[in-house]
Design a protein around this ligand. Structure first.
Ligand code: FPP
Length: 221
């Protein structure tokens, strides 16, 4: 969800104003996803590296995320949306963890769109914590063959399908430590649109571009 800070700066406002507007884009994308029957949509809201931002921005963002998820709870239930947060919980405040647990539990029975917020997440952290668990398994079962699925089931995304499409906004063309393992065969769409301007029509265009791709998964048709 890149470009919130620049969007605000272009309007002579504080960066957090861009994050507020970014929440509106999350809602627009979620509503379109429900309507178009997309089973999973995830949002990279805060990376492990983002902890290095100025304290004021980090705490304003954490505050915003807690409030936004509580505010959206009724909308999630009205649209049958299951809400999940994935990432390194160790670094989150007790208050935010309580908000996450409340919204997750209240939407756990919903069967429509699964909306995942990646928070305090990085792909390398995820692979490392999975490798640590896999190493533990191997100590108990020495000599056992190791397959990609063995690592996948220890990632925080275990049981969730790998993404078909990854959209990066604001003209950046990097993966920035997002889902490194899970994006092995993901299609990428890059757009110059800043995240606060990324609404229903921009999402539709990205899906249209995705639909025109020829996916071979390393094979020949
Ligand atoms: C990247 O823009 C955006 C973020 C670091 C935060 C995104 C988070 C939200 C919009 C909150 C969503 C929460 C819920 C619960 C719906 P940037 O700050 O890197 O902008 P820049 O690239 O212009 O500097």
């Amino acid at each position: 969800m890149d470009g919130n800070g620049r969007w605000a700066k272009e309007r002579g406002k504080e960066r957090i104003y861009g994050h507020f507007e970014g929440v509106e884009s999350v809602r627009a994308v979620m509503e379109a996803g429900v309507e178009w029957k997309i089973p999973y949509i995830s949002f990279f809201a805060f990376s492990e590296e983002n902890w290095g931002r100025p304290e004021a921005e980090v705490s304003a963002l954490m505050d915003l995320m807690g409030r936004a998820m509580l505010q959206e709870l009724d909308t999630f239930n009205a649209h049958d949306v299951r809400f999940m947060v994935l990432g390194n919980r160790d670094r989150l405040s007790e208050a935010l963890k309580a908000d996450i647990d409340q919204v997750t539990a209240a939407t756990a029975g919903n069967r429509g769109l699964t909306m995942i917020l990646f928070l305090s997440y990085s792909g390398q952290w995820d692979i490392l914590q999975a490798a640590e668990k896999m190493a533990h398994d191997l100590i108990n079962h020495p000599g056992q063959a190791v397959r990609p699925e063995d690592l996948s089931r220890h990632l925080v995304t275990a049981g969730i399908p790998d993404p078909d499409l990854l959209i990066r906004t604001s003209g950046e063309k990097r993966i920035s430590n997002y889902l490194l393992w899970q994006t092995a065969y993901t299609e990428f769409v890059f757009t110059d649109t800043l995240w606060p301007d990324f609404r229903r029509e921009a999402f539709r265009q990205a899906l249209e571009e995705f639909a025109s791709r020829d996916r071979r998964f390393g094979k020949i048709k």
